[in-house]
Design a protein around this ligand. Structure first.
Ligand code: IMP
Ligand code: MG
Ligand code: MG
Ligand code: MG
Length: 179
């Protein structure tokens, strides 16, 4: 891994895939322990969740269903604070055990909105699992049930995460270089 340039910004290698994968295996096993007698629905939040969700599912040993929704909240490296649904879940989640899968929880704006949207779908239970969490940026009271890796309040790209649409295909995670 070496420094990369995206739209004139420099990003430095930060979390290698091996460490990401290790965190994901732990998450999958923890969730399985809790849901092994159920068939949970994993709801992925597009687009950022693509890599995390596929590796998570490959390591989830039980039966499950999957669904997706798409939200938008971010432009560049600063949150706009506004969240809107771009693509809703096309099936009923009524009476289901739902686990939200997120790539990253930053301020928590997106998560609170997501939680509200899914609660309205009359689910049986609702939990939140995120690969990355920025504790210093988080501003909400809502409990994040499962965290893969906690990171400082610095912008990261790769492994599904983008900087203005770029960098999602990087297999590892990079952190913005501060001077
Ligand atoms: P929040 O609403 O502030 O918690 O931000 C949630 C969304 O912002 C995430 O789902 C990401 O799409 C995006 N985001 C937050 N932090 C980062 C980052 O460090 N890199 C890339 N995207 C981020
Ligand atoms: Mg996103
Ligand atoms: Mg996300
Ligand atoms: Mg983004």
């Amino acid at each position: 891994m070496k420094e990369i340039d995206i739209l004139g910004k420099t990003f430095i290698p930060y979390i290698a895939f091996e460490e990401i994968e290790h965190a994901i295996i732990n998450m999958a096993n923890k969730i399985y322990e809790e849901y092994k007698d159920e068939v949970p629905v994993f709801v992925g939040v597009l687009n950022g969740v693509v890599m995390f969700m596929s590796d998570f599912l490959k390591n989830y040993p039980g039966q499950c269903e999957i669904s997706f929704l798409k939200l938008a909240s971010y432009e560049g490296t600063a949150s706009t604070g506004k969240v809107c649904v771009q693509m809703d879940i096309p099936v009923s989640l009524e009476g289901r055990h739902v686990i939200i899968l997120e790539d990253i929880v930053d301020t928590g704006n997106t998560l609170v909105e997501l939680h509200r949207i899914l609660t309205e779908k009359n689910v049986k239970s609702l939990k939140i699992a995120t690969l990355l969490f920025k504790p210093d940026a988080y501003k909400k009271d809502l409990k994040v049930d499962l965290i893969g890796l906690s990171i400082p309040d610095k912008f990261v790209v790769g492994y599904g995460l983008d900087y203005d649409g770029y960098g999602r295909n990087l297999p590892d995670i990079y952190q913005i270089k501060s001077y």
